[in-house]
Ligand binder design. Structure first.
Ligand code: NAD
Length: 428
């Protein structure tokens, strides 16, 4: 395992808005509103450590291939590092650092006793057989074993990984440690210590936060129109939650394109990405549209829930929604954010909107450590309580400081993290 220099400047990227750059800008902006020690802000611009590992894999044909894996640890002042593992060809050190910073803020906004981590392997999982994915995951778990653990760093699924990946990861770690350790990862299948409601939680929290925003602006739910980009785990669960609430979900999309019905789609009838890939664009709807057209639709609420950096300086002036609720991580670049602020479009940021995922991961970790399973009703009740607590803390800052929703959310998060650093002091 190699430990990269965590203070090194990130490699130049073709995208001027890499995750780490966006994350740093957001941190610096929030800091201007708070009286936080400059040394603490500087510390939080950098990760604690970044680990780079080589993961050798024996392919099914007997050949050997090497893959690169990363795990970034941003901050553990509030508790063990927490964050997903991505299997994707674009995984990079700087992406992991940026995403690990967002995890620190996400856990802090939700007041969960975790810090921020993120990792992944540079691989296209679709090019591997199930057996190869299992071998890759087991070896990756072994390479990371010295720096993870239920009280140290708790990975979870992300793009390209799923509950089965977490099951292999947990099994590999447990076999080497000599004891069954379900708390080393979250997002596992319920049969081995996963939590009921975990899969639906990020989409559900997007729905809850959208509901609160609609109520805050006194909108009639039945009159509210919604467009959702990305009808996967987050997007489909958010769309169905809002549809069930009475809102009119007029457009949804997947990677191949979108569908549109001005009278509202029956979102329970449209199969999501996981159920049947390609079903969204193949669905019999009155109209089809491209992903770019969906982002510019004249709707009340736009929920980008697919990938990062889809709202940019190029299309921000053409967005017609009144509120954007970020389902995906980092869908809005900083320059688009400035345009939205200038145009009076409210953006409810990812670090609160999709935080239901990490919140139910925390519930899962509690269940694993206590060896006591919760019923789905309890999970959803406690998620509702935690989301409202976070929303109310953010709303208070929004009203008191007359800032954007994103700034208000970062202010809540940074204040909590900085407070911990201030109180614990600097070692040695
Ligand atoms: P998913 O794979 O279940 O679904 C992604 C959806 O987006 C699919 O419908 C896919 O077809 C579509 N898509 C992919 N590329 C696209 C493109 N270029 N244009 C339009 N659509 C595209 O993924 P998910 O778990 O729903 O995650 C979506 C986003 O939410 C990611 O940014 C992820 O990091 C974030 N997120 C996920 C979770 C979680 O626990 N699932 C939690 C928090 C945040």
């Amino acid at each position: 395992m190699t430990v990269s220099d965590p203070t090194a400047k990130p490699a130049e990227s073709a995208d001027p808005e890499s995750a780490v750059e966006t994350a740093r800008r957001q941190l610096e902006r929030a800091a201007t509103h708070l009286d936080v020690d400059a040394g603490i802000v500087e510390r939080l611009r950098h990760p604690t450590s970044v680990y780079r590992v080589t993961v050798p894999l024996e392919r099914d044909d007997g050949s050997r291939e090497m893959y690169t894996g990363y795990r970034a640890h941003h901050d553990s002042g509030r508790g063990p590092y927490k964050g997903g593992l991505r299997y994707h060809p674009d995984v990079s050190e700087e992406e992991c650092i940026g995403l690990s910073m967002w995890m620190t803020w996400k856990c802090a906004v939700m007041d969960i006793p975790f810090g921020g981590g993120k990792g992944g392997v540079v691989v296209d999982p679709k090019e591997l057989s199930a057996d190869e994915r299992e071998r890759l995951t087991r070896r990756f778990a072994e390479e990371l074993r010295p720096v993870i653990g239920p009280m140290r760093d708790i990975p979870a699924p992300d793009m390209g990984t799923d509950p089965q990946t977490m099951a292999w990861f947990m099994d590999a770690y447990s076999m080497q440690e000599g004891e069954t350790t379900p708390g080393v990862v979250t997002g596992k299948p319920p049969v081995i210590g996963g939590s009921y409601g975990r899969e639906e939680a990020p989409g559900r929290s997007v729905g809850i936060v959208t509901r609160e925003a609609m109520d805050y602006y006194d909108w009639d739910r039945e009159e509210t129109t919604v467009a959702v980009q990305g009808f996967g785990s987050v997007g489909a669960n958010a769309a169905r939650y809002l549809d069930d609430l009475g809102a009119s979900v007029v457009a949804v999309s997947d990677v191949d394109g979108g569908i549109y019905d001005p009278d509202g789609l029956d979102t329970n009838d449209v199969e999501d990405h996981d159920e049947t890939p390609g079903m969204v664009s193949g669905y019999d709807a009155p109209e089809t549209l491209t992903n770019d057209e969906l982002l510019e639709l004249d709707v009340d609420v736009l929920i980008p829930a697919a990938i990062g950096n889809v709202l940019t300086a190029e299309n921000a002036r053409d967005v017609s929604a009144d509120i954007i609720v970020e389902g995906a991580n980092g869908p809005t670049t900083s320059s688009a954010d400035e345009i939205f602020e200038e145009r009076g479009i409210h953006v409810i940021p990812d670090i609160i909107a999709n935080a239901g995922g990490v919140t139910v991961s925390y519930f899962e970790w509690l269940q694993d450590i206590n060896r006591r399973k919760w019923r789905l009703e309890r999970v959803n009740e406690e998620l509702e309580t935690e989301m409202l607590r976070a929303w109310n803390a953010v709303r208070k800052e929004y009203e008191a400081r007359d800032v954007t929703w994103r700034d208000a959310t970062y202010i809540v998060a940074l204040e909590r993290v900085a407070d911990v650093h201030e109180t614990r002091g600097l070692w040695p």
